[in-house]
Design a protein around this ligand. Structure first.
Ligand code: NAG
Length: 471
């Protein structure tokens, strides 16, 4: 493990990185989720990742400046919740941490990126506003998350215009010692039309490969959304939709491996099976799976939701296909879900290391078992991914049984009244009332329950929060 770390000494935008990178996305809208799915900046463990990326900022189609997606949550103005400032303030807890702001994702249309990148004067406006935004909120860099350049919402010229945009950004950011990353597809058919691989490799500090969402309810058959290798039944284009093929393809195009980061997902994609007896790979399924209680999205379940649903239930069957490295699960109500667990994340971390990549990326923090309430270890999947990359042995705690969860709280169970949350005598624990039944909950390691904001907090961030709100 230490040989890799010691022999790799990369200089990025004037910053020395002597370690493998772990880059973690934060979906800021998770703060509006219900109950145990609610996730705010203070739920982030500042020592878990080397780089945190805040998702997402947008692009104004009138001024062509960068703009906040949700000013009330993101900014401090007009009694806003100051999430940008609280996010970058995590660096006060871990001075080695880098925080980046991501532009794009689902909130910026391909046509917007296409128009911006194809016009030098619009790029100029965008670039200077982005640098100003980063400096205003103390971010260390920018991530461009243009999901499908040159697809039906764009134009063939996106391929070269994308590089022009990244070059302009890189030049302006490097002057300020700020980092630039780009999140890209690893699907061959998309790489061919969308990316000038060498140009991209030159223009950014890290290329984040989306090693997920390769299959989903847009297919009329079940398949894992992030297969490490192909399934024996894969033919044609489906045989190219796996992580190993995509990583190999990027490498064959001459990408700088020291900039290449493998992205993994803490979630599953789901279908509703047409017939419960046909429940393997390539089972006929014409509908997306039902939304989960927290993420409320058709065809998608966070790992925290999957883990809670499976826990103590005999309605879910977990299958480890011997030909594959990742699990799937299906339930008596015909939901089929291909997802990651700690074992598959560890295995994929090992894979990224074996290919000589810079590290791993994850989408995203808030759908891992971030509190540890389901697996017994906060951020169990992301930790396993890191351990795999660092060649540390696979280790995962035995999931707590309901009985042991009760006893570890060590306190008399409170009675639920009108309130949803009840503090516990132990300041790192609390109770959540669901339909009048109190459920014991525990904050991530180092966090304490804050019964004013109804969230777990770093003890010292409570102080930071008041500083950032005053300024
Ligand atoms: C940055 O801060 C300055 C001064 O408060 C403000 O005028 C400007 O609009 C801010 N820019 C962005 C992009 O937030």
């Amino acid at each position: 493990m230490l040989t890799l770390v010691a022999s790799t000494f990369i200089v990025v935008a004037g910053l020395s990185l002597s370690e493998a990178v772990t880059i973690c996305y934060f979906g800021s809208w998770a703060v509006w989720r219900q109950g145990a799915g609610k996730f705010d900046v203070e739920d982030i463990d500042p020592f878990l990742c080397t780089h945190l990326i805040y998702g997402f900022a947008e692009i104004s189609t009138s001024s062509w400046e960068i703009e906040a997606m949700e000013p009330y949550n993101d900014l401090c103005d007009n009694y806003g919740r100051c999430a940008y400032s609280r996010f970058t303030a995590l660096k006060k807890l871990n001075p080695d941490l880098k925080t980046l702001l991501s532009v794009g994702g689902n909130s910026v249309k391909g046509s917007t990126f296409s128009e911006l990148s194809g016009d030098a004067s619009k790029r100029k406006i965008f670039v200077s506003s982005a640098v100003e935004m980063l400096k205003n909120y103390s971010f260390d860099g920018l991530d461009i998350n243009w999901m499908h350049p040159a697809d039906k919402d764009g134009q063939p010229e996106d391929k070269e215009n994308y590089i022009a945009l990244l070059r302009d950004l890189h030049e302006a950011l490097a002057d300020e010692e700020l980092i630039l990353t780009a999140c890209v597809s690893l699907e061959k058919l998309e790489v061919d039309v969308a990316y000038d691989v060498l140009g991209l490799s030159d223009a950014v500090d890290f290329i984040l490969l989306s090693g997920y969402n390769l299959h989903g309810p847009w297919d009329t058959f079940t398949h894992h959304h992030a297969p490490l290798f192909s399934h024996p039944a894969d033919t044609g284009d489906n045989a190219l939709l796996n992580i190993d093929y995509g990583v190999g393809y990027w490498i064959s195009k001459g990408v700088d491996k020291k900039k290449l980061v493998l992205g993994l997902g803490t979630y599953g994609t789901t279908w509703t099976l047409n017939n419960l007896d046909d429940n393997g790979y390539y089972a006929y399924a014409t509908q997306a799976g039902k939304p989960g209680p927290y993420t409320a999205t058709l065809g998608f379940l966070g790992y925290n939701e999957i883990c809670e649903m499976q826990h103590g239930s005999d309605e879910w069957t977990v299958v480890r296909d011997p030909d594959m490295n990742e699990p799937y699960t299906y339930s008596v109500d015909k939901t089929w879900c291909g997802y990651e667990d700690s074992q598959s994340m560890w295995r994929k971390g090992q894979y990224a290391r074996s290919q000589g990549l810079a590290g791993t990326m994850v989408w995203s923090l808030e759908t891992d078992d971030f509190s540890g309430s389901c697996t017994g270890r906060p951020y169990n999947l992301i930790r396993s991914m890191k351990e795999g990359f660092l060649d540390l042995p696979f280790s995962t705690p035995a999931p707590p049984t309901s009985a042991s969860t009760q006893t570890t709280s060590g306190l008399v169970t409170p009675t639920c009244g009108a309130e949803t949350f009840i503090p516990d005598l132990y300041c790192n624990k609390y109770w959540q009332c669901v339909d009048g039944i109190p459920h014991p909950r525990e904050c991530s390691e180092g966090l304490v329950w804050n019964n004013v904001l109804f969230t777990c907090n770093w003890p010292s961030v409570t102080a930071l929060r008041s500083q950032t709100q005053v300024s």
